[in-house]
Write a protein that binds this ligand. Structure first.
Ligand code: CA
Length: 620
């Protein structure tokens, strides 16, 4: 019954919003020097108040209900910097106050909204900020604190947004050659007390509080509402200036609290799914799941990504537990953003969502969401093993079914030489190729777990073999920051609140494991130099990619065309001989070394490949 009411409310809203001059219900606080106008959408409330706090005084105003359940109040005069909260009256009682669902500036810990002239938050040169040209993407996922908190980083702003404006970090990323930096949750989240940062607490940040404001603990001064906004923009501008695009990790699938957060307080019940028993559904495993299929939740998500793109110049979005969202919402997100803005996510949920599986943005349904990608657990699992066991896989020399490796190399699209797989990607760009991310073990730890007796030299071979597949795949390669430095988290597979001693990247490793860094760097350069590795559409993949005969435990991957290239993967503990077409080749990678210029020439019709290594050949 309630659900029907929500649907009707949504339809009414859609009609309203098509009207000329209709209020955007998520423009909650509109500042001008002459007046500040508050709007808040609440279909449930019978009264709504806004409380404006300025100079030690609190002024409470009743808001007027207008069309589409949008409540409005206007305060004349210049109120820049004033705090505000909304209070809704539902079911005979006043709910706790909140900053509203779409605050664009907040006080310490995000408890109150702040009236903000956003133009005063623009760093110098912001008007001229443009995203670098979109090139064959290589995504690098980092956590602000992991990246720059260790003293070995030499960061002037350790653990902060501003660390990504410093020459050491920008030149490192440029040197590695990645194109997109994906930042772990950087919207305002709830698990870190911004007033006690000296305690040095750590969290990944998958606990959203205010979706449309940067997180305070990554700013120099979380008590200054403009600071986090300005410094986030400085970070984006610096990354853009260094030729890097910025992807945000977004977590619309659940909130940190339910009735304790604005979504619950402003519109009790509306934003969350419930099960048949009327209790909150929990597909996120975090206590609730949002109901993206409801018109105003969908619109909220769409407005939010548009806002981050328009106001903060963000170039991409990685959707956490995307499988909780419905297909229609993900299509609406895609349609709201320019084509060169990346949209991808986890095509699964933590537990079964309270919504029909065939309507959700699950991996199995990706063909219905063109232009949106999903992480390939198929490729991950065949290369390094499943997170649900400790068994070794292809890169560790285990005798495994190699079809998922071929599947991943072909970008997850239907291919006549790949057998026994569900081809969930309609286009290869939808297939996010990776072996590790912030979740689960990092690569070194996963390999160590599955091969406890392996020497460090053997682990390094396995590491390189796995990432060679990722970085030569037709899918979109994704690497977790620090893998190129052989990072370890000491076997901590769920380090979401572990200390810096577990999570921090040790920059001394850049010297110790320089050879590994150089290998990653060379793979990225090889990928960029040979468009064959990013054919970009399924038809071309089917036409040009083939998998010639290879020894057992091995895969040969050939890409024909103007610039034929071949990758020979040896997942066994012995050297193997591959048959290759007659001709002369430049060897771009061999036995754990790689170079975009080449390591030397060889001629067919055979190529010997060392144990647990990959050879990349470019036809001369
Ligand atoms: Ca926060």
């Amino acid at each position: 019954m309630k659900r029907n009411l929500y649907i009707i409310a949504g339809i009414v809203m859609s009609i309203m919003c098509g009207c000329k001059g209709a209020v955007n219900p998520f423009d909650e606080c509109l500042y001008t020097p002459e007046a500040t106008t508050f709007h808040v959408w609440s279909a449930q409330a019978d009264s709504v108040q806004v409380l404006l706090m300025e100079g030690g005084e609190v002024v409470c105003k009743d808001m007027k209900k207008g069309r589409g359940d949008v409540w409005t109040a206007v305060f004349k005069g210049d109120h820049n910097g004033a705090n505000y909260v909304f209070r809704t009256h539902t079911d005979g009682a006043w709910n706790e106050t909140s900053a509203g669902v779409f605050a664009k500036a907040v006080s310490l810990n995000g408890d109150m909204g702040v009236v903000m002239d956003l133009r005063t938050t623009d760093p110098e040169g912001w008007d001229a900020d443009v995203s670098p040209a979109f090139t064959t993407p290589v995504v690098y996922e980092l956590h602000h604190r992991d990246f720059s908190i260790d003293p070995s980083s030499g960061a002037a702003h350790p653990g902060k947004f501003l660390a990504l404006t410093e020459p050491w970090s920008l030149s490192f990323l440029q040197d590695l050659g990645v194109t997109h930096v994906q930042i772990l949750p950087s919207f305002d989240y709830g698990s870190i007390d911004e007033s006690t940062l000296e305690r040095n607490v750590y969290n990944w940040g998958y606990d959203p509080k205010n979706y449309n404001v940067p997180e305070g603990s990554y700013s120099s001064d979380p008590a200054d509402p403009a600071c986090r906004i300005r410094e986030f923009k400085q970070m984006v501008m610096a990354l853009h200036g260094a030729g890097l695009r910025v992807v945000m990790d977004v977590v619309y699938n659940h909130t940190y609290q339910t009735m304790g957060c604005a979504l619950g307080r402003v519109n009790p019940g509306y934003f969350y799914r419930t099960g048949d028993d009327g209790e909150l559904a929990n597909g996120s495993g975090c206590g609730n799941e949002t109901a993206s299929e409801r018109e105003m939740v969908r619109r909220f998500i769409v407005e939010s990504v548009k806002y981050w793109h328009d106001e903060y110049h963000v170039d991409g979005f990685r959707f956490d537990l995307m499988g909780i969202h419905d297909i229609e919402t993900m299509n609406a997100v895609r349609a709201a953003l320019p084509a060169d803005v990346l949209v991808y996510g986890e095509g699964w949920a933590a537990m079964a969502p309270a919504y029909p599986a065939e309507l959700l943005a699950m991996k199995a349904n990706m063909a219905q969401i063109p232009g949106v990608g999903a992480f390939s657990d198929d490729l991950r699992d065949v290369l390094v093993g499943s997170p649900f066991n400790s068994l070794p896989a292809f890169a560790a020399g285990a005798a495994v079914n190699v079809e998922p490796l071929k599947f991943g190399l072909a970008g997850g699209v239907e291919h006549p030489q790949v057998n026994g797989m569900v081809f969930w990607a309609a286009e290869p760009s939808q297939h996010v190729s990776y072996v590790t991310c912030h979740d689960n073990y990092c690569l070194r730890d996963r390999l160590t777990l599955s091969c406890p007796k392996a020497t460090e030299a053997e682990l390094l071979r396995m590491d390189k073999l796995a990432q060679t597949a990722v970085l030569t795949s037709q899918g979109m390669p994704f690497i977790f920051a620090g893998e190129e430095l052989f990072r370890t988290k000491g076997g901590d597979e769920n380090s979401f609140e572990s200390p810096d001693s577990v999570n921090a990247i040790r920059w001394d490793n850049l010297r110790t494991y320089r050879n590994l860094f150089n290998y990653y760097k060379a793979l990225i350069a090889i990928r960029k130099a040979h468009p064959a590795f990013w054919l970009g559409n399924a038809g071309a993949v089917r036409e040009l990619v083939s998998f010639p005969e290879a020894p057992d435990g091995c895969v040969a991957y050939f890409i024909d065309g103007d610039d034929p290239v071949m990758v020979l993967f040896n997942g066994t503990a012995e050297s193997q001989t591959f048959d290759i077409p007659e001709g002369d080749y430049n060897m771009l990678a061999c036995d754990g070394e790689a170079s975009p210029v080449g390591l030397g020439n060889i001629s067919g019709p055979q190529c010997r490949v060392k144990p647990l290594s990959a050879t990349i050949l470019s036809r001369i």
